[in-house]
Ligand binder design. Structure first.
Ligand code: PEP
Ligand code: MG
Length: 372
């Protein structure tokens, strides 16, 4: 096996020598970041901060829902600040010297709210027994019912949540800035970037960016340590791609969220790609491969092409990447190379494949991107 390992190492070295595309990884924990680095990732292209609130930190989401007044909300935000600062310090340490793109919260509500059926059951059982239900359960159930959405993936997510819940994004930005300060004081070279999800209009991004820059300046001021964090946006809605020239005026980088962009361009729910109807539909031969796996060049790819062209026309130094699942799909990597992207970002295990394909794409001189 030594021979095989050496051959793979040689192939990767060759690919790294020629490739123009940078390869980053998607990672949400210091352990994943370290793994990605061992696989040769040149940074983190997507750190999904909402993943940090699954598991035992769900109680924090409940506390936020139950907070009665501004003081109560501030207490929850303060707890969030401390946890996130630790999270970011760990990831920035694992990726020291390399860019880490931290995405502000983008939780589809149904994945993060307490389970409505479970709450209803607990409350119902107590009532049926003639007992008083746990007041916390009753209150949460009431809140969850009020917040229910028929289409959570098209609902209160990403930048929408950030604009509607006061202080939420500001606290995350502060955690990033303070983590940068802490790492700098420890002698590190933190390179954090802040990314805004689900932007459809330039105004959404401008509002968040202005708030973020105030927070960054404040932390730099009080710490005496310069904090430079580029602020950029996901391009994951057709409207964002079509208005990319305007959006680029407020963004230092773009990252294509091809999962949502595929969902919203086709109108297929990404949560239902495992459903029986979708595989039955795949069998009809309408598309050669699932558009959620291999980039759909004629539709989604064309939106990518428009956004690259108009984004760079407005801001020639705009950095552009992709962090949807397609970033690690070999055929799609060739497409992104040809479309002129700066980097692809994929799960840590797909990094070596992406490096190889990026090398092959450069070697093959792929220039036709079908993005007219
Ligand atoms: C995407 O939409 O492609 C993306 C990377 O974001 P998420 O999968 O977290 O929605
Ligand atoms: Mg997305």
């Amino acid at each position: 096996t030594g021979g095989v390992v050496d051959a793979v190492a040689d192939a990767l070295r060759l690919a790294d020598d020629v490739r123009r595309l940078e390869v980053r990884a998607n990672a949400d924990t210091p352990a994943d970041a370290a793994r990605a680095r061992r696989f040769g990732a040149q940074g983190i292209g997507l750190c999904r901060t909402e993943h940090m609130f699954l598991g035992e930190r769900r109680t924090l989401v409940e506390e936020m829902i139950l907070a009665r007044d501004a003081a109560g909300r501030d207490r929850v935000l303060d707890a969030l600040l401390h946890l996130q600062r630790q999270d970011f310090v760990g990831i920035l340490a694992a990726m020291d010297g390399l860019p880490v793109t931290i995405r502000l919260l983008d939780p589809p509500l149904h994945e993060f709210l307490p389970d409505r059926t479970e709450l209803a059951l607990r409350v119902g059982v107590a009532e049926a027994r003639g007992e008083q239900p746990d007041p916390r359960d009753a209150e949460l159930l009431d809140a969850v019912r009020r917040m229910h959405e028929e289409n959570p993936m098209l609902g209160l997510r990403g930048v929408r949540l950030g604009l509607v819940v006061p202080g939420l994004f500001a606290v995350q930005v502060r955690a990033v800035a303070e983590a940068v300060v802490e790492r700098t004081r420890a002698g590190g070279s933190p390179k954090a970037e802040i990314m805004v999800p689900l932007v459809g209009d330039v105004t959404e991004l401008r509002l968040v960016r202005e708030e973020a820059e105030q927070v960054l300046a404040r932390v730099a001021d009080t710490s005496g340590i310069p904090v430079h964090c580029p602020v950029g946006t996901m391009i994951e809605l057709p409207r964002a791609a079509l208005t990319a020239g305007r959006i680029a005026e407020e963004a230092e980088f773009f990252s294509f969220g091809t999962n949502d962009l595929t969902q919203t361009t086709w109108g297929f729910s990404r949560d239902d790609v495992e459903a029986a109807f979708f595989s039955a539909y795949l069998d009809k031969g309408v598309f050669a491969a699932s558009p959620f796996e291999t980039i759909d060049r004629e539709g989604v790819g064309r939106l990518v092409g428009i956004a690259v062209r108009e984004g760079r026309a407005a801001r020639p130094d705009l950095k552009i990447g992709v962090c949807g699942e397609h970033g690690g799909d070999p055929g799609s990597v060739h497409f992104f190379h040809a479309a002129g992207l700066d980097y692809v970002s994929c799960s840590p295990f797909r990094v070596p494949v992406a490096r190889l394909e990026a090398g092959r794409a450069t070697g093959a001189g792929d220039t036709t991107s079908d993005t007219r």
